[in-house]
Design a protein around this ligand. Sequence first.
Ligand SMILES: Nc1ncnc2c1ncn2[C@@H]1O[C@H](COP(=O)(O)OP(=O)(O)OP(=O)(O)O)[C@@H](O)[C@H]1O
Ligand SMILES: Nc1nc2c(c(=O)[nH]1)N=C(CO)CN2
Length: 161
Amino acid sequence: MKSSAIALGSNIGDSLAILEAAIEALAQTPGVVLQAKSSWYRTKAVGPPQPDYINGTAILQIEMVPEQLLETLLNIENQFGRVRRERWEPRTLDLDLLLYDNLILETPKLQVPHPRMQQRAFVLVPLAEIAPDWVEPISGRRIKELVKDVDCTEVQLLVGY
Ligand SMILES: Nc1ncnc2c1ncn2[C@@H]1O[C@H](COP(=O)(O)OP(=O)(O)OP(=O)(O)O)[C@@H](O)[C@H]1O
Ligand SMILES: Nc1nc2c(c(=O)[nH]1)N=C(CO)CN2
């Protein structure tokens, strides 16, 4: 059994319902046990101007290799109607693989830890809520330390658990 942290985001449609349904779809996937989910946060879009996002994170216990987990995430994104056009475009559902135990992996299709997670308050704030002591293996720093170095003013608690 391995542990993985994933990030969820949506800024088109009924985002809260889409995100809850995506969590449910993950929890129903064979080989996946949902261990924890964060609160949902309303966040200002980083990158090109677009509507605010709702973001959150989850911790999964999994019996899958990282490539299988990525495929599961991409399948669930597609299930919720995401059409991939441009990078950083608005999306009904975005699922990113953040961490997989303490693994460091660099392939053309998959990089773990997610290469931009250390700069992203919309990832670190919800992750610090459910996995403060997880050590990000590239920096060697805990999530609760990394979150202190990003500007969290545009990450607002929306639905707390
Ligand atoms: N850790 C990872 N999690 C999710 N996708 C990844 C990861 N590493 C590499 N990828 C690859 O990135 C591709 C594009 O992902 P996606 O469209 O979600 O990027 P994005 O959300 O626009 O930008 P960002 O990666 O900055 O969040 C995926 O098809 C996948 O193959
Ligand atoms: N606030 C916020 N901004 C983003 C997000 C996101 O999930 N939340 N995802 C992006 C591409 O992955 C680009 N910008």
